[in-house]
Design a protein around this ligand. Structure first.
Ligand SMILES: NC(=O)C1=CN([C@@H]2O[C@H](COP(=O)(O)OP(=O)(O)OC[C@H]3O[C@@H](n4cnc5c(N)ncnc54)[C@H](O)[C@@H]3O)[C@@H](O)[C@H]2O)C=CC1
Ligand SMILES: O=C(O)C1=NCCCC1
Length: 249
């Protein structure tokens, strides 16, 4: 995932591996190589795992801040891996949830994460149970087929759809995609790479950046989906923050 931004003085690239069969180690691994944007000289080689976890969750948290309908009480997570953990951390920086519910296709994963999070958190055996009346839903699975259905979702809920980053994979059923107001990180990326968009033929209402800039509306009262695929600029900006903090010129 290469990025060049003259404005931000960033020239970098991230390489990510995905080994879905991994059990005792993470399924995604990444490195970020940063160059001087003026000379092309390599500056730093950074671990990309933590940056990927944190910047993805931070992006969802920003989307939630703009799209959530009022003060959210209930958070539901579908998936209990790396992104589930970073999403709980980022969302709890912005919101105080009364209840957090976790579903995972392997129940023990949901139980483990619920214990880590603590008192206000419960593991659920069914997706419908996990998302019932949830204000914010995060889908962070490696599912290839939909796990979240329209009938189970409270009207007006906000969904961060983070998994299914391939054109033939989807986490959200087509009826839900088509009935929601859909926001994406990048239109160009979404129409090429997101199965949730491509297979459902859902209309993209806006990029989340357009909402932040005030050029497109945040439809807070409607059911909203933020379809995230991840962008190289997120890695570049995060890498720059790390490099600046370390004092690397
Ligand atoms: N939008 C973005 O910027 C990014 C998206 N991702 C995507 O987010 C998703 C989660 O990533 P990580 O948490 O790092 O992965 P992970 O491997 O740590 O967690 C994946 C979760 O999905 C569950 N799972 C596996 N197979 C499943 C299936 N067939 N049905 C339902 N659940 C299943 C696992 O039990 C686990 O809880 C992946 O799809 C990944 O590719 C990852 C990084 C960035
Ligand atoms: O880093 C990202 O962005 C990724 N997006 C899709 C899944 C793999 C990592």
């Amino acid at each position: 995932m290469p990025v060049y931004s003259r404005e931000d003085d960033i020239l970098a690239t991230k390489i990510v591996s995905f080994f879905p069969q991994n059990k005792d180690v993470s399924t995604h691994h990444a490195v970020i190589l940063v160059f001087c944007a003026h000379t092309g000289i390599p500056k730093a080689l950074l671990d990309g795992d933590v940056i990927t976890a944190k910047r993805t969750a931070a992006t969802s948290a920003v989307a939630t801040k703009y799209l959530v309908n009022g003060k959210p009480d209930v958070l539901a997570l579908l998936g209990s891996g790396v992104q589930a953990r970073s999403h709980v951390a980022a969302l709890c920086e912005l919101f105080t949830f009364k209840e957090i519910r976790i579903w995972n296709h392997r129940f023990d994963g949901a139980v483990k994460l619920a214990k880590e999070i603590g008192l206000n958190c419960a593991a659920c055996r069914d997706v419908s149970e996990a998302v019932k009346n949830a204000d914010v839903i995060v889908t962070v699975t490696s599912a290839k087929d939909p796990v979240l259905r329209l009938d189970w979702v409270k009207p007006g809920a906000h969904i961060n759809a983070v998994g299914a980053c391939r054109p033939d994979w989807s986490e959200i059923d087509a009826d839900l995609m088509k009935s929601a107001v859909v926001y994406v990180d990048s239109r160009e990326g979404a129409i090429k790479e997101s199965g949730d968009i491509i297979l459902s033929q859902a209309e993209i209402y806006a990029e989340i950046g357009e909402v932040i800039l005030g050029t497109r509306e945040a439809m807070r009262k409607k059911t909203t989906v933020f379809k995230s695929l991840g962008m190289a600029i997120e890695d570049g900006i995060a890498a720059k923050l790390v490099i600046n903090k370390l004092g690397i010129q």
